[in-house]
Design a binder for this molecule. Structure first.
Ligand code: GRG
Length: 296
């Protein structure tokens, strides 16, 4: 199966899983509608694919991981919904359609984000089949990895810095810090969880964590390059916003050409880290290539 096909299959299975596991009894229909609007049928589902691909290297079947993969994608959707809010990046367009608050109003934008976070975590933590397959201890470890990636040292903290540095001077180190916290930690998390699911030893988990963080930085650098070079219609989100909002990016301080070179350097370092492990991570490498070569 080629990488495009692998990503498509992962996205389809995750979409189906989310659709059939959205909470139903007792939830206000409008909230359910908004959860469906945000979480089903959109996005590349890269984080789910990273989990599947890492675990595949340890012989873990993707079916067993679906509750976690779907939970991670719901949580990721939550971050996008909140990121688009008027008080954050104020964007009207996401995944090729009106962003959540444009379609459902601002209050629902906040509330459905909260619901996607909580239900995303509960999707795998409350799934008896998942907990039985991987054991309570491993499930708890995976939850800890995810929570750490989201908190003040991770995505929330990164978003705070992203907003604070908007319209201000920024150094290369500060940009890297923002990228690592805001984006890379939640790219790293599914890679590390794949290793935990595969019962990788500590040395391997450390190397996977280092690789995942570097890959996450590559992901954000590529995202910033695409913001400048790609059309909104291809991205499915508003292009050209970083310059307009004077965001802290590598492109801002180094220009397009140097940023492309930095991306290649970072990518090579990431691949070297993975190669040092002495295990075949063929699929994971294919996704890594997709991340830096993608057009959307
Ligand atoms: C996580 C508790 C918590 C709060 C959220 C709003 C916020 C705080 C953080 C925003 C983080 C954010 C949106 C980072 C950008 C990461 C990024 C480049 C996302 C785009 O990911 P893709 O391309 O999107 O995988 P698709 O649509 O394909 O899923």
């Amino acid at each position: 199966m080629g990488i495009e096909q692998f990503l498509k299959e992962s996205a389809r299975e995750v979409d189906e899983f989310i659709e059939s596991h959205l909470p139903s009894g007792g939830i206000p229909p409008r909230l359910l509608e908004a959860m469906h609007y945000g979480a089903v049928g959109g996005g590349k589902k890269i984080r789910a694919s990273l989990l599947f691909a890492t675990a595949e290297a340890y012989g873990v079947e993707r079916k067993a991981l679906l509750p976690l993969a779907a939970g991670i994608e719901m949580i990721h959707t939550f971050s996008l919904v909140h990121d688009d809010l008027p008080c954050m990046d104020n964007d009207d367009y996401r995944r090729g359609k009106p962003s959540m608050h444009r379609a459902f109003g601002e209050a629902m934008g906040v509330l459905v984000g909260d619901a996607l976070l909580v239900e995303g975590l509960s999707l795998f933590m409350n799934d008896g089949g998942f907990v039985n397959s991987f054991g309570t201890e491993q499930t708890l470890r995976m939850a800890q990895v995810i929570l750490k990636a989201l908190g003040g040292e991770g995505m929330v903290g990164g978003q705070v810095l992203d907003l604070e540095y908007q319209g201000k001077g920024v150094t290369e180190n500060e940009v890297y810090r923002i990228y690592s916290m805001k984006t890379a930690r939640f790219i790293q998390a599914p890679v590390v969880c794949g290793g935990i699911a595969g019962r990788a030893d500590q040395k391997e988990r450390d190397a996977l964590a280092e690789f995942g963080l570097k890959l996450g930085v590559c992901f954000q650098i590529k995202d910033d390059l695409l913001d400048v070079t790609q059309e909104s219609s291809v991205l499915g989100k508003t292009a050209g916003k970083d310059i307009k909002q004077d965001k802290a990016t590598l492109v801002k301080i180094k220009g397009l050409e140097t940023t492309e070179k930095v991306l290649q350097d970072e990518f090579e370092q990431a691949v070297t880290l993975l190669s040092s492990l002495g295990r075949s991570f063929e699929r994971l490498l294919e996704i890594a290539h997709f991340i830096v070569e993608r057009r959307y």
